[in-house]
Design a protein around this ligand. Structure first.
Ligand SMILES: Cc1ncc(COP(=O)(O)O)c(C=O)c1O
Length: 434
């Protein structure tokens, strides 16, 4: 339980001099990208799949964190790009990613046209019968043959109904695609979120095996893309009262809470890769390539949020200079990630309500802190917020803060500045004419 996040806390405390330096140089709040952690995560993921000797192509899911330094590091580490909008596609093209997959429901004509203009580098995962027909028309106008995969819907229930085409419609889809001269079907894609164990991938591959063997496009299948959803090992834990289905009231956790939480067991990426590839070889016939689209696994450990305590009220309530608009939602009211006082660190938690400075009680950074104590001016850090945080950050009351890059050499640089009042309210600051 606590033991596993303990390694993350320990490492963060050991590194505290470099974090303090970045906070002193650039101020707080800040997102701090730690380049080495990102490289390490990419290398470990790549090595896990390379060890299987299977041909695997790894596409980084931009949606997890498309901050420019992250994209540059990912590109330099040799990953390919997984994009889900024209915006992300433009970024992947501008950064010269060699191979790009473009998936997502509701692609517009403009987005498809952009992909078609770069048919040498882009594979489109088509999401519906109507989309493949539209893609064929647009590609035909451009005089190109577009490579495509089929986004499969492997869980056609509830909110997941919106994605892809149901497995049962695959034969009909292939038949339709056979009649389209400007789309070449090469593979299939599915995606399952939050896989802490390999079972979801394994089961889905087993279901797919016989279907893909029975129904093939003219030139055969080239790839099966199993999407993202690989879980990093140091991630959030659940509060017991939330796990019990009882949502935290605005007054905070129960008074008798013993500062414990549930940290679900996550299989190491090496065993996930070994399981997935063993199943792929076992049940998928005559498909040479396995594709993967990790986002969270790559980006999450590499970005931390640093805050300074502005005010302390009573015995155990602190207010910091950054609001949870920086996370995008009231995440830490429901999920625990470690919060560490770098000024007065401790390997043990103390009970302390730590808030941001937004005008809402739901602006919670944590109910505990790894600290001896918390006083005004202290520097706090919450590590491993690299995925679905910078992308979800909101312009609510406070600006979205600056981003700092920490390089291997210990050097730091500001790579994106915080919003100013002029950015937020341009109409109040008209540019003088003439
Ligand atoms: C199609 C697809 N691929 C990859 C990802 C990335 O998932 P994760 O960040 O969990 O690895 C997602 C996330 O929603 C997705 O929908």
């Amino acid at each position: 339980m606590v033991g596993e996040l303990h390694a993350l806390v320990q490492r963060t405390i050991e590194q505290r001099a470099v974090y303090q330096d970045a906070a002193e140089k650039f101020g707080t709040p800040q997102y701090l990208i730690e380049a080495d952690l990102l490289r390490h995560q990419v290398a470990r993921f790549q090595a896990a799949f390379a060890a299987t000797k299977q041909t695997v192509r790894t596409y980084y899911a931009f949606k997890a964190n498309p901050t420019l330094p992250i994209l540059k590091l990912v590109r330099a580490s040799g990953l390919l790009a997984d994009v889900s909008s024209g915006l992300e596609l433009s970024a992947a093209l501008a950064l010269d990613f060699e191979q790009i997959v473009f998936s997502g429901p509701g692609k517009t004509d403009d987005e498809l046209t952009l992909a078609i203009a770069h048919a040498d580098r882009v594979v489109i995962h088509v999401d519906s019968f109507a989309e493949v027909t539209r893609l064929n028309e647009l590609a035909s106008r451009a005089g190109v043959v577009m490579r495509a995969g089929i986004r499969l819907n492997t869980a056609a229930h509830g909110l997941w109904t919106k994605f892809g085409i149901p497995l049962k419609d695959l034969p009909q889809f292939i038949q339709l695609a056979h009649g389209l001269d400007h789309v070449r079907l090469e593979g299939v894609q599915f995606h399952l979120s939050w896989n802490r164990q390999s079972a979801g991938y394994v089961e889905t591959l087993k279901t797919l095996g016989p279907i893909l063997a029975a129904h093939r496009p003219k030139s055969g299948w080239r790839f099966v893309d199993i999407g993202g959803g690989f879980y990093p090992e140091d991630d959030e834990a659940a509060y017991p009262w939330v796990a019990n289905g009882q949502i935290a009231p605005a007054e905070g956790p129960p008074l008798d809470w013993d500062m414990s939480y549930d940290l679900p067991k996550v299989a190491p990426i090496e065993s996930m890769a070994a399981d997935v590839v063993a199943t792929f070889r076992d049940v998928i016939r005559d498909v040479p390539e396995l594709w993967v689209e990790p986002g969270r696994y790559i980006a999450n450990p590499a970005v931390h949020v640093m805050l300074r305590v502005v005010d302390v009220k009573g015995d155990a309530l602190a207010i910091t200079d950054g609001g949870t608009n920086l996370l995008g939602w009231e995440r830490l009211e429901l999920e625990h990630t470690p919060l560490i006082n770098l000024t007065r660190p401790s390997a043990k938690q103390i009970r302390f309500m730590v808030y941001g400075s937004l005008c809402t009680p739901h602006d919670v950074w944590g109910y505990t802190c790894y600290a001896e104590d918390i006083r005004p001016g202290d520097l706090l850090i919450t590590p491993a917020h690299g995925s679905y945080v910078q992308t979800l950050a909101q312009r609510f009351i406070k600006p979205v803060c600056q981003t700092i890059l920490l390089e291997t050499s210990g050097s730091t640089s500001r790579v994106a500045t915080a919003e100013t009042a002029r950015d937020r309210y341009p109409e109040l600051f008209p540019t003088p004419v003439g």
